[in-house]
Design a protein around this ligand. Structure first.
Ligand SMILES: [Zn+2]
Length: 370
């Protein structure tokens, strides 16, 4: 019997975010319901019914947990390497990266300055001065996407409060994993991003010869997930049936790797093809250099929703309804069919959550739906 060969083999598991996401969707009703609320909110921003009230950049305080094996001192990366990562982040998220000029002309108008900046924390959770770096020596030879690095009980480092700090764990990762992130909605003790030390920043262990992930973009990508961005190809293994819930990024079949050549057409998305230079694809670090305005709408929905605590120092009013939304419109930037499809997704999620709640109530009251 011949196996069907409809889709190419999956890309290496460079990013473990969707593995974690799917596991939690299966295991946790609370996560599923939180995700439904978060996605409903993102949808309102995406279709223009809500717009961001955010003015000016927001700065996210970060704690970097460097978890290093005692026999491998190179894993205990130095301050220069850590600071080099922040240089990259504060360029990439402000569209101030030198290579943004490489964005093809057809997409230059979509490039977004997200207005998000990052700095190492200067106060620890007790209010004491800190350099924002926690160093832990471990006996573990490496960590995977199952979150062992996030707890001292499993050889890792305990998080700081996730409503006040973005936790970044830097460690030896196993297999082909470069990093993974928690989408908003995950439990606080698991919230943050995990990055392999040799893919963090641009110097030190990241500067090893031949490393295509030496530009600090793994962390840019993972923080994209932390701010609720999906992979640009929609994680449908080449089926073209699912996308990233962002209207201004073309639907694309599967992850791009290496350094693709423009245009790369899939899913009938010609003539311009895949937006493989987007941070949420899987190309080499030198091949990714943009977020879009549609992605920024999701980031804003996240920052004014599940991650609003980071704006707390500068209170903002409830997100304003746009003029077009008040007129019953708001579809100007969304192609035909997109609104219906997005609303369908939202309805489906809501139905699933309601079914879960009914099932839970049946359990509690001893009823069965027979
Ligand atoms: Zn990813």
């Amino acid at each position: 019997m011949t196996e069907p060969t409809l889709s190419p083999p999956p890309a290496r598991d460079l990013c473990g975010t969707m593995l974690v996401h799917r596991r939690l969707l299966n295991e946790s009703m609370s996560y599923r319901s939180q995700r439904a609320v978060i996605e409903n909110r993102a949808l309102q921003y995406e279709i223009g019914r809500l717009s961001s009230a955010r003015r000016g950049p927001v700065t996210i305080p970060v704690v970097v947990h460097v978890v290093a094996n005692r026999d491998h001192p190179e894993q205990n990366i130095d301050e220069e390497q850590i600071h080099s990562q922040f240089t990259v982040l504060n360029q990439d998220f402000r569209a101030a990266n030198p290579d943004v000029s490489k964005v093809p002309d057809v997409w230059k108008h979509l490039v977004a300055d997200t207005g998000v900046e990052f700095r190492l924390a200067t106060r620890d959770p007790n209010g004491e001065p800190t350099d924002g770096i926690v160093r832990v020596v471990t006996d573990r030879s490496g960590f995977d996407h199952r979150d062992g690095v996030k707890s001292s009980r499993t050889g890792g480092s305990d998080p700081w409060p996730s409503d006040r700090y973005l936790n970044m764990w830097v460690c030896q990762l196993t297999g082909s994993l470069l990093g993974y992130a928690a989408f908003p909605g995950q439990p606080p003790h698991l919230d943050g991003v995990v990055i392999g030390h040799s893919f963090f920043g641009t110097t030190g262990t990241a500067a090893a010869p031949g490393n295509p992930f030496n530009g600090g973009r793994t962390t840019t990508h993972e923080i994209g997930h932390w701010l609720n961005l999906f992979h640009i190809w929609g994680d449908d293994d080449g089926a073209c049936s699912s996308d990233d819930k962002v209207a201004d990024t073309p639907n694309q079949a599967d992850a791009n790797t290496g350094m693709p050549t423009f245009p790369h057409v899939t899913c009938d998305n010609g003539p311009n093809g895949d937006m493989f230079m987007n941070y949420m694809d899987y190309t080499d670090d030198a091949g990714m250099y943009m977020f879009t305005k549609g992605q920024l709408a999701r980031i804003n929905a996240c920052l004014e929703g599940p991650r609003a605590s980071f704006l707390a120092a500068r209170p903002i009013p409830e997100a304003a309804r746009t003029d077009t939304a008040r007129r019953g419109g708001g579809r100007d930037s969304v192609p035909d069919g997109e609104v219906e499809r997005l609303l369908h997704d939202s309805e489906r999620l809501t139905t699933e959550v309601l079914n879960d709640i009914r099932a839970a109530l049946d359990t509690v009251t001893g009823h069965s739906r027979g």
